[in-house]
Design a protein around this ligand. Sequence first.
Ligand SMILES: Cc1ncc(COP(=O)(O)O)c(C=O)c1O
Length: 454
Amino acid sequence: MHSVDAKTEQMIRSVLAYAENRLRLDPVPLDKGSRDPADLDVALAGLLGEDGHDPDQVLGVYAALLAPAVISADSPRFLGFIPAAPTKASLLFDMLISCASIQGISWLEAAGPIHAENQVLRLIADRAGMPAGAGGCFVSGGSAANLSALAVAREVAKRSSGTRTSARKRAVVGSDAHSSITNTLRLLEMDALVVPTAEHRLSGEAVRTAIEADADPGSLAVIVATAGTTNAGIVDDLAGLAAVAADRGLWFHVDGAYGGAGLFAPSVRAAYDGIEHADSFVLDPHKWLFAPFDCAALLYRNPTLARSVHRQDAGYLDVIHEQPGEWNPTDYAYHLTRRARGMPLWFSLCVHGVRAYSTAIEQAISLARQTADEIRSRDYLELIREPDLSVVLFRRVGWRSADYTAWADRLLDDQVAFIPPTTWEGETVARFAFLHPHTPMGLITEILDRMADA
Ligand SMILES: Cc1ncc(COP(=O)(O)O)c(C=O)c1O
């Protein structure tokens, strides 16, 4: 299994040929994710057992039956959720990193890749205006990053209030914060002070008022801001929230898992003013910085604090903490083993240059604006709000929830687009979430046309 024998040679040829063909797809077809589990059982029958099989047979099953049972996130027709739209360069390099089995835990084991990852983190920190000492690591996603950052925020608050053991800490959150924040608070045994938002945007003023009215402000540890809400792409009042956090001595966390990439888009950069004050900042390159799954950048203003919470100590790990110039990504989140998941982004950024990224991000923003204009021009549609980033919410006049579902199902069945509905203030509505720079305006008009006579 570990030597380069005839079977390995066969796999190298077949798997690389498959990967090559997949990489050459332009555009990538949409396909369809959901399947009857019984059909999948039949497809896989007999493959997983005591005895091995011919690699081409197994690959054939994958290619014919499993690969098409996926809605391809890298298709320009994927317009739902906010998954990924990786560059070809990043996909290629992801493969290379996997082949090299790089263990991106410690400076001792992987100083080269870690140094390159840190340059990418520095690039992001510079765009945010964070200080020279800022740093962190790449983790698997925004959920993991939010959990790791808020664990630090809670610990810092406990230390400063001297109540390390029992008192529960709380976080100030807006009602449009991502679902992973709710999960994080539950896992950390923290409570939320949920502040109602005007127009779904958390403001410093609203938070200041809520804290002044709160019966137990001493239990507050952190203000959580969102830079690009998932449902609508709204950037909170970061400057106002940073000011309240500073006045109150609270940790300031900015969840920019989706929208953080807007820092690279000059047309919207001003919306992020105040982000430079973040104590922790999350940006998922696997969303809008065109990296493959799974990749989230986690940055701390003061990484020493993060290390004091996350560093793992054991006799067998002492050696990784004794390296000159050491920067151990493992010290900055709740993980130990990690792949060097920032490397595909590093390679792609080096190959294409940062300007190409800005252009591609602006493309999705521009598409959102054109789509809003198109919606306004049709009397059977209503734009719910002007898009701030690359999400567009709109309603079809007279439709109920089942109509949106039927429309979305038909679009997927016909392989036109994947555009699942969402809810907005309790109402089912339609939502475009643009990431891929090659999504054409013609596709948008086709999708909207199909609401006219549906
Ligand atoms: C604002 C925000 N935060 C956090 C997350 C969670 O990120 P992940 O899916 O990478 O765990 C998302 C995902 O859509 C998000 O939009």
